[in-house]
Design a protein around this ligand. Structure first.
Ligand code: LFR
Length: 484
């Protein structure tokens, strides 16, 4: 089959994209794009999973209208969130969104009963309140008991489309329940949560064929015949597969989060890595992503939303460009920015508390976010070098953030290294190339990355000097250190 379609759903938008490989050049054709967000109901935050299934149907229907009658299909989404399915295959309840405040205290509560060091040695996963381990810990016992199966979001979408249950490994690693040594669920952690191993489906590697699209869906929606292929279902895993990384270079998968890290063939779960809170998420083809979650574009997405979406992201960047740089800085990764009731007020309070000028205008707010993100990138890049004991020569930014010229240039200036930006659609590309490797159109990931590099425009940002940078850095460091 020559038609390969990626379903790529992030926290703020989703898309169905077709990948076309012709004479060594890969191109993408967007079939359908839709927005995504969680909504608040009675104080809890939930995803609308049926809406997402509906959007996949709309996208596939469009593919059929465009003349695609057969295809392969792979699905990736954000990590950590899960769906409880009962013995009849029905959803037990709505799907909690990871920003729900129910886990605010979970990290500390779990740490009182389970040594964080033991958890880190076993899993190599950073402590984040959003981790599935913490979500399951606070989940009501009677609801968990009703769950015949706990499916991560992309696994659930595969299930809805094929009726088959898998537990894809890259997404499974975001649960913080996989043991690095046994490469399986950790018995002690499952016991701690009072969960049986058979409540999770079989661990499945990217590249494996899941099965055909359900015949009833094909009839109901008039869809193409599809063969579903297990891809790297964690969006960040797909994004890094789709990044044509140079030797010695780090990456940022820049979307709702900025995932800053390096690709490795061995996990790094040293005490130092634990103390700095770096993660070892599983990748496809025997890789690990040693990375840090940085709050990312969520900050600007929320600012934009609270300004009634009256500016596009490009307009906000333009307004920020016209503002004085490094005037007000925020410690982006402080938990207060994870899901504040009002992001603009939270940013202003943080500036006020640290006795900095309070950003008033939209441009000042955006500038504060971008400057602070660029400075966080420097801090974590330097930490990465220290932890991995390797110099990082350059940075590859992939994902939507690669389009933000101001942020890319600021990042290059602040880190003092070349930034290569693109491809924007690295996640969909990572998804598609796994399908192509699985169906033998591409030999392996090395060839896939070479094809991606040849096929997509990558913009280079050369660092420019910043005036009074030492003063800025000192201000940043004392702000950052008082917040870790
Ligand atoms: C990015 C991402 C991150 C994960 C966060 C929550 O979309 O998947 O990798 O830490 O969302 O799932």
């Amino acid at each position: 089959m020559n038609n390969h379609i990626a379903v790529d759903i992030g926290a703020s938008s989703g898309r169905l994209v077709r990948g076309i490989l012709q004479e060594g050049i890969l191109s993408l054709e967007e079939l359908h794009r839709f927005s995504n967000s969680f909504t608040e109901q009675e104080g809890s935050c939930f995803w609308d999973i049926d809406y997402l299934v509906e959007q996949i149907m709309i996208g596939l229907r469009k593919a059929k209208t465009d003349g695609i009658t057969t295809c392969t299909l792979g699905i990736d989404t954000w990590g950590v969130d899960y769906v409880l399915v009962d013995a009849d295959g029905n959803r037990v309840q709505e799907v909690y969104a990871y920003r729900d405040r129910r886990t605010d205290l979970a990290v500390d509560q779990v740490a009182q009963q389970l040594s964080p060091q033991t958890v880190y040695e076993k899993t190599g996963i950073q402590q984040l309140s959003i981790n599935t381990l913490n979500q399951l810990y606070v989940h009501k016992e009677e609801e968990l008991a009703q769950a015949d199966q706990i499916l991560l979001v992309p696994d659930y979408l595969y299930y809805r489309l094929t009726g088959r249950r898998i537990n894809e490994v890259t997404i499974a690693s975001t649960t913080q329940l996989l043991n690095l040594e046994s490469r399986d669920f950790d018995d002690d952690l499952l016991e701690f949560l009072n969960i049986r191993k058979d409540q999770f489906a079989k661990l499945t590697e990217p590249g494996v064929v899941v099965g055909p699209l359900d015949e009833a869906l094909i009839q109901q929606y008039d869809l193409p015949e599809c063969q579903l292929i297990c891809v790297a279902s964690h969006d960040t895993a797909s994004a890094v597969l789709g990044a044509p990384l140079q030797e010695g270079s780090a990456y940022i998968s820049s979307g709702t989060w900025s995932l800053l890290g390096v690709e490795r063939t061995e996990p790094l779960n040293s005490l130092k890595a634990m103390q700095a809170n770096y993660t070892n998420e599983w990748g496809a083809y025997g890789t690990y992503r040693f990375l840090k979650n940085v709050m990312g574009l969520w900050l600007i997405q929320e600012v934009r939303r609270l300004l009634n979406n009256c500016y596009s992201f490009a307009e906000l960047a333009e307004l920020a460009q016209g503002e004085e740089g490094f005037r007000s800085l925020i410690p982006c990764n402080a938990p207060r920015f994870l899901n504040p009731s009002n992001m603009i007020e939270e940013i202003r309070s943080a500036c006020m508390e640290s006795e900095q000028p309070v950003p008033e205008t939209s441009g000042q707010l955006a500038r504060c976010v971008f400057d602070s993100l660029a400075l966080s990138y420097l801090t974590y890049l330097e930490e990465l070098e220290e932890l991995t004991e390797r110099r990082i020569e350059g940075l590859q930014i992939v994902g939507g953030g690669a389009n933000n010229r101001l942020l890319c240039q600021l990042t290059a200036d602040v880190i003092g290294r070349e930034v290569k930006a693109g491809p924007t659609e690295a996640t969909a590309l990572g998804n598609i190339v796994v399908q192509m490797i699985s169906t033998d159109s591409i030999a392996d990931i090395t060839e896939a990355r070479a094809i991606i590099e040849q096929s997509f425009e990558i913009t280079s940002y050369i660092p420019q000097p910043i005036k009074h940078f030492n003063n800025i850095l000192n201000r940043w460091r004392s702000l950052h250190l008082s917040n870790v």
